[in-house]
Ligand binder design. Structure first.
Ligand code: PAF
Length: 288
């Protein structure tokens, strides 16, 4: 596995592959990798002969009081895992390579509406940071396909919209959430949990599963289900941020006549200093 730190080196290698007619898949990450990330790299093989991953803790997507400084930087261990899974190239730029001027003086990319709900309601600048950095990373790596985890479903929907609206020549692929044996969605922030909190954390998935089951059994009062879910989380020791049923494609609240449309149930909740997120389809198939 090759590791590069500059845009010029990344572009030079990708250009060689493209001239040879190879397809390039891209897996953007912020590092501190877990099996969910490694699974994205493995899945990327289905779409391309060369896989590029990036590790960049993007300051622009963290709010002023969020965990940017504390976010674990584990490049040596991450590199070992990526090499073991056969990654072709790791791009690990420093902040000055990505943002050579002060953040507030850099051009930013905004997707309207979609970032205002769910996670964006409590993290108002988060998706602006995500769409800006992902645009820049796409321009740097020029991939044919980019792979994102479905755990951050809202991020996936926003990036799909951005790529479509800006005619980006990249296919956006979502990969189902990878879970621990007890159902907890894999996340870099699970590392913030104490052993006691870790024991409680799977309640988030169990709560969403129970609500999805009630939906499948015919309950259609979305507001009532949401209140029941939040009460269950609070009783288990979480501080719920949101728990909402929304359309999978555009994140709108379902109109009554859309009750059988493609819906998902989304939740984020604090457990100690970890903000955990998860989402499930309300369709009749079991969640992956
Ligand atoms: O999902 C993430 O890890 C980040 O939001 C991403 C897509 C790498 C952009 O910084």
């Amino acid at each position: 596995m090759q590791t590069v730190h500059t845009i010029a080196e990344l572009r030079a290698q990708v250009a060689v592959w493209k001239r040879a007619g190879e397809r390039v898949a891209f897996v953007p990450t912020m590092g501190n990798l877990h099996r969910g990330h490694i699974h994205l790299v493995e899945r990327a093989r289905a779409w391309a002969s060369r896989i590029v991953a990036s590790i960049f803790v993007n300051p622009l997507q963290f709010g002023p009081h969020e965990d940017f400084a504390a976010y674990p930087r584990t490049l040596a261990e991450d590199s070992r895992q990526l090499a073991a899974v056969g990654l072709d190239l790791l791009f690990a730029p420093g902040v000055a390579e990505v943002y050579p001027r002060p953040l507030e003086a850099m051009t930013q990319v905004t997707v309207p509406e979609l970032p205002a709900v769910l996670c964006g309601a409590s993290r108002p600048t988060h998706f602006l940071g995500v769409t800006t950095v992902v645009t820049k990373l796409f321009n740097m790596a020029q991939p044919d396909v980019a792979v994102f985890g479905e755990k951050d479903w809202q991020q996936l929907v926003i990036i799909r919209r951005m790529a479509a609206d800006l005619d980006m020549p990249v296919e956006i692929v979502g990969v189902p959430t990878v879970r621990e044996a007890d159902g907890l969605a894999m996340s870099s922030r699970n590392g913030y949990l104490s052993p006691e909190q870790r024991a409680v954390a799977p309640t988030l998935y169990a709560t969403l599963q129970a609500l999805a089951e009630r939906w499948r059994s015919g309950e259609r009062d979305d507001l009532r289900l949401e209140e029941a879910g939040k009460a269950q989380l609070a009783a288990a020791g979480f501080r719920p941020d949101y728990l909402e049923i929304r359309r999978a494609d555009n994140l709108q609240r379902p109109a009554p006549e859309e009750a059988t449309a493609d819906l998902r149930i989304f939740a984020a909740a604090w457990l100690g200093r970890a903000r955990l997120m998860d989402n499930l389809p309300l369709a009749f198939s079991a969640d992956a």
